[in-house]
Write a protein that binds this ligand. Structure first.
Ligand code: FPP
Ligand code: MG
Length: 337
């Protein structure tokens, strides 16, 4: 049988998850090993590994692997380096650490269809286990011994905390509110993907222009991912999501669908300002969003970011990995959970 060269696979044969399978397999096992080997505190182990059970979407490490592979291919290399694989692991660890903190802050009951971590262990232990995951990720970053990579990945944590902080406040005017929402969305979600794409590009030793392209792909896909997340909170079933719906409104958060709906239904303004705290606010806002074009406008904005991401990777050398990055952007738009 003739061996097919990477780069010559027809688009329809490309499944990004299959393509990343070899690099990705054992990744959760390897993360769990890091978390188990770095502590003598027995209870830290089950808490810190609770969400690292392979049941998540693993979007961040898959995107990181595909970006690394696409860029390596562009440079004429067909291997993923150990350091790049470590960045993929670190992406999932930082994300998981933030989820432990987020579940405490949001007092959630359920995530990924199972009791959330804070429903099983005390808030104090969960917060410390989140810190622990982050600190092991920091150890792994240090081992890479690359200052630029350390800076890029450290930026993620600064952004996550600031994004979460921004979510606690809101702005008075509609324009300010949308700008605030977009910055928050970048910091809370897109920065992680953007900076991990940047880190693997740095490790590939490509020029600054290519590093910036990797970053911008991640930024655009990350923004689209969160816009779709905010949309799904209004349209998906709680069974599909594995967590309650309309959760953002219940938490007092006005995301893109509400902000767009506000243009058609200005009565939403007062509800946004009081963070949907009055009796009936959540139900009324939910109905108005569905009556408005807010959901379509949110999807349209997400699609715009994906188109931008795809335009960026068009200039990478043609390879199955480059095509998979394009398919991943489409999957982000069309996902149901
Ligand atoms: C999920 O948001 C939460 C995040 C994407 C980021 C949370 C970040 C922090 C708590 C800052 C601290 C981070 C670290 C690493 C120490 P969501 O509540 O909108 O989504 P959900 O519905 O999945 O809970
Ligand atoms: Mg939450």
């Amino acid at each position: 049988m003739q061996t097919q060269m990477p780069g010559s696979l027809p688009d329809y044969q490309i499944d990004p998850y299959r393509l990343a399978e070899d690099d990705f397999k054992d990744m959760f096992g390897d993360i769990r090993l890091e978390l188990i080997n770095n502590t003598t505190q027995e209870e830290l182990q089950p808490i810190s590994t609770y969400y690292l059970d392979g049941q998540g979407k693993a979007v961040r490490p898959i995107l990181t692997i595909l970006m690394a592979r696409a860029i390596n291919y562009h440079k004429g290399r067909n291997v993923l380096s150990h350091s790049q694989r470590q960045v993929a692991m670190i992406s999932e660890m930082i994300h998981t650490s933030s989820l432990l903190h987020d579940d405490v802050i949001d007092q959630s009951d359920i995530r990924r269809g199972k009791p959330s971590v804070n429903a099983v262990w005390s808030q104090k232990k969960v917060a410390m286990a989140g810190d622990y995951i982050l600190s092991v990720a920091c150890l792994m970053i240090s081992r890479l011994q690359n200052d630029d990579v350390s800076i890029a990945i450290s930026q993620i944590v600064t952004d996550l905390v600031q994004g979460e902080f921004m979510q606690l406040g809101s702005k008075e005017t509609e324009n300010e509110r949308f700008a605030h929402y977009l910055t928050k969305t970048y910091r809370k979600t897109a920065s992680l993907i953007a900076n991990c794409c940047k880190a693997v590009a740095i490790l590939a030793e490509v020029d600054d222009r290519m590093i910036e392209m990797a970053f911008q792909y991640g930024r655009n896909v990350g923004l689209a991912f969160q816009l779709v997340d905010d949309l799904l909170d209004f349209v998906a079933s709680s069974e599909a999501l594995g967590k309650p719906t309309a959760a953002d409104l219940k938490l007092g958060l006005a995301t893109a669908p509400v902000l767009f709906a506000c243009e058609q239904y200005p009565e939403l303004n007062a509800m946004i300002m009081r963070r949907f705290q009055e009796h009936g606010d959540v139900k009324k806002a939910f109905e108005l969003v569905h009556k408005s074009n807010g959901l379509e406008q949110t999807r349209f904005l997400a699609k715009k970011h994906c188109a931008e991401a795809n335009k960026i990777v068009q200039s990478f050398a043609k390879s199955p990995y480059q095509k998979a990055l394009i398919i991943m952007a489409d999957l982000v738009i069309n996902r149901m959970k």
